[in-house]
Design a protein around this ligand. Structure first.
Ligand SMILES: NC(=O)c1ccc[n+]([C@@H]2O[C@H](COP(=O)([O-])OP(=O)(O)OC[C@H]3O[C@@H](n4cnc5c(N)ncnc54)[C@H](O)[C@@H]3O)[C@@H](O)[C@H]2O)c1
Length: 232
């Protein structure tokens, strides 16, 4: 297997292509063009070809990339088929929703253990998982060799949780809080702050009200461009 370090933006897009390819396989589409893949990641066909150059050869033909083969190559290169255990801290509204979401399994990601610091939550069940006291997080992460952690606590507790994760050997953190986390260099933090995203939509609607029919008054935002404009 080709061993390359794929830049993070390309990695993100490759995962979007992969998700698109799985749907295309289900729909019985044998080939995908660069343009189709570009659309799914809100990018250009040139960028698609560049991203795919990080993978072993895909056997692109005149009609496009063979859907099944390309999905398989992405799976193997990004190690998507081998199961990866994930732990989650903060079994509240968002944490429970994430823990119950079945879609992560498609990428080999399994949330296998939940932690909370609220005695009323500890011991309760979320699906088949029991919520454990957060004091056990570091030890359990280390013992179970878990490398990925999700933080869904209030922002003011996120740094403590991140510290416990790092102490337990977590190397990648999906942070759903608005807190800016300080972690060692070898730990990757991906922060998803949902509220500003909603505010961007609110701003869009607000500006529409001011300039009916003139969406170009809206500040640049990739998601809005993708949703609001014809990518062709
Ligand atoms: N629910 C959403 O749709 C939503 C949307 C945007 C942002 N967020 C962010 O996601 C985070 C969680 O939101 P929520 O709505 O699920 O909150 P919530 O209050 O329902 O859940 C938070 C959970 O974290 C637990 N917790 C607190 N400190 C902890 C610690 N040190 N260790 C382990 N667990 C701890 C709490 O006991 C609680 O169960 C917040 O930072 C929030 O701002 C949530």
């Amino acid at each position: 297997m080709k061993k390359t370090t794929i830049p993070l933006p390309s990695l993100r897009r490759l995962l979007l292509y992969y998700r698109h390819l799985l749907a295309a396989i289900d729909a019985g589409q044998e080939y995908q063009s660069s343009a189709e893949l570009a659309w799914t990641a809100d990018t250009t066909p040139e960028q698609v070809r560049k991203d795919l150059s990080y993978l072993p050869s895909q056997g692109r033909s005149r009609v496009g990339y063979p859907t099944q083969k390309l999905a398989q190559i992405i799976e193997e290169t990004l190690n998507l088929t081998s199961d990866k255990d994930v732990l989650l801290a903060g079994a509240g509204n968002l944490g429970r929703a994430l823990a119950l979401y079945p879609g992560f399994k498609q990428y080999g990601l399994n949330i296998v253990v939940l932690f909370d610091n609220d005695p009323a939550r500890v011991g309760t069940r979320v699906g088949r998982l029991q919520v454990l006291p957060v004091e056990k997080l570091s030890n359990l992460a280390a013992r179970m060799l878990i490398r990925i952690g999700i933080i869904a606590t209030p922002p003011e507790n996120a740094q403590d949780v991140a510290d416990a994760m790092v102490a337990g050997g977590i190397k990648a953190i999906w942070n759903f809080t608005s807190a800016r986390l300080t972690v060692p260099e070898d730990v990757l933090v991906n922060t998803i702050d949902l509220s500003p995203e909603l505010l961007v939509l609110s701003q869009y609607v607000h500006n529409l009200g001011k300039h009916p029919g003139h969406s170009e008054a809206i500040p640049e935002h990739p998601t809005l461009e993708r949703e609001g404009q014809d990518p062709a």
